[in-house]
Design a protein around this ligand. Structure first.
Ligand SMILES: *Cc1c(COP(=O)(O)O)cnc(C)c1O
Length: 375
């Protein structure tokens, strides 16, 4: 087995299984806070905040996706906080995308007294990124595609700028996951993933992870996790691991359906604009190069109308459920500007495409778009 080349997909499916006779094929979640031990403690099998075999299994599976180490946390934000604390120390500036994940921007602002000064730029503007990194010991916190506008940044180009400035680049890879996009191959020091979304995929757990090939950074993140206490529960880790095994299948199907819906909406008389990495002509070459297997489950579109029109459309759906978040097996949508602090256009609807057949989703969207529309 060990001398046989194995794809990341096979490795991730089998990462946590046992092969010994009479062992359970799928190890159950290790629900304990204390392990029997004496003498010199085993760091993973002594006390539940230091380590748990179920996290280790999840970390092995995650590591197979991007050929890296993985450090699992209790949520994507707990992972972001540990990364910002680990990398911000001794650095003057953290450069973030202006339209990056709202909670990451807020967290960077709140952590200012403990680390680097947040500076916001448009990640599509490479000159602006270069200027922001110039002359400061910095960190580049990138995200692509962003949401809700699904803007694509050239991660390889950003990686080169970060390397030239000796700034570690972090990529928030929650939307694409390591299956569609491999930031560690494009110059990132760490790839961040909220497993709450597509990676676990069933809208029933909150877990996060950092993937890195830098053992010193992985060690530091584990220390922040142990001391800060942002650990994942064993049951959550187990559910995330179970979901992860079907991630490649799910996200490729969701990407294909999302592309079909984006193309359908582009010709719709009620739709003013569609945002999807697979249909945005300005960045299509970059998107194809860095997301060769698909463009992800998330798209958004603006109505030719206002907030009330979008609220009506969202409420009219019979299949798509009104809800936030993304990446689950069931499709959900929301008018994004309902969130305070979100800068999305008033009539923008963000749709997370699930595993329902494309024809069912397009019929539901068509039905919803006819509601309250005289045309
Ligand atoms: C949801 C999300 C996070 C945070 O993850 P949680 O698990 O909710 O803490 C970070 N980045 C992006 C892009 C997200 O969508």
């Amino acid at each position: 087995m060990s001398d046989q080349p194995m794809s990341a997909e096979s490795a991730l499916i089998h990462a946590a299984e046992q092969r010994e006779l009479s062992e359970p094929l799928v190890p159950p979640p290790m629900l304990t806070s204390v392990f029997v031990s004496s003498g010199e403690p085993d760091e993973n099998l002594a006390y539940g905040r230091n380590g748990n075999p179920t996290w280790l299994a999840l970390e092995r599976a995650l590591g197979a996706i991007e050929d890296s180490e993985a450090v699992v946390f209790g949520s994507g934000q707990a992972a972001s906080m540990a990364l910002m604390l680990a990398l911000g120390r001794g650095r003057a500036r953290i450069v973030l995308g202006r339209d990056g994940y709202y909670n990451a921007r807020q967290l960077a602002d709140w952590l200012r007294p403990h680390g680097a000064e947040p500076v916001y730029v448009d990640l599509q503007d490479l000159r602006a990124v270069e200027r922001a990194l110039d002359g400061a010991r910095g960190v580049l916190w990138a995200e692509s595609p962003t949401n809700p506008l699904l803007r694509v940044a050239d991660l390889a180009a950003l990686g080169r700028l970060a390397a030239a400035a000796r700034a570690p680049m972090i990529v928030d890879n929650t939307l694409a996951t390591g299956v569609l996009q491999r930031p560690l191959d494009l110059g990132a020091a760490a790839s961040l993933c909220s497993l709450t979304k597509s990676a676990s995929g069933h809208s029933d757990v909150m877990v996060g992870a950092v993937l890195t090939r830098d053992p010193a950074l992985a060690d530091e993140l584990r220390t922040w996790r142990t001391l800060g206490g942002g650990i994942a529960g064993p049951l959550e880790a187990w559910l995330a691991l179970r979901g992860l095994k079907t991630l490649p299948l799910r996200i490729e199907r969701q990407s294909a359906t999302a592309l079909a819906i984006a193309e359908h909406l582009a010709g719709h008389p009620r739709v003013a604009s569609v945002h999807y990495p697979g249909t945005c002509t300005g960045t299509l070459d970059v998107a194809r190069a860095q997301m060769p297997r698909g463009f992800g489950p998330l798209l958004s579109f603006e109505l030719d109308g206002g907030a009330a029109d979008a609220d009506e459309v969202v409420a009219a759906a019979q299949l798509i459920v009104p809800a936030t978040s993304f990446g689950g097996v069931g499709s959900t949508w929301e008018r994004r500007a309902r969130w305070p602090g979100e800068s999305a256009p008033d009539s923008l609807i963000r749709l997370s495409v699930g595993l329902e057949p494309a024809a069912d989703l397009i019929a539901d969207i068509e039905h919803s778009l006819r509601t309250g529309w005289p045309g």
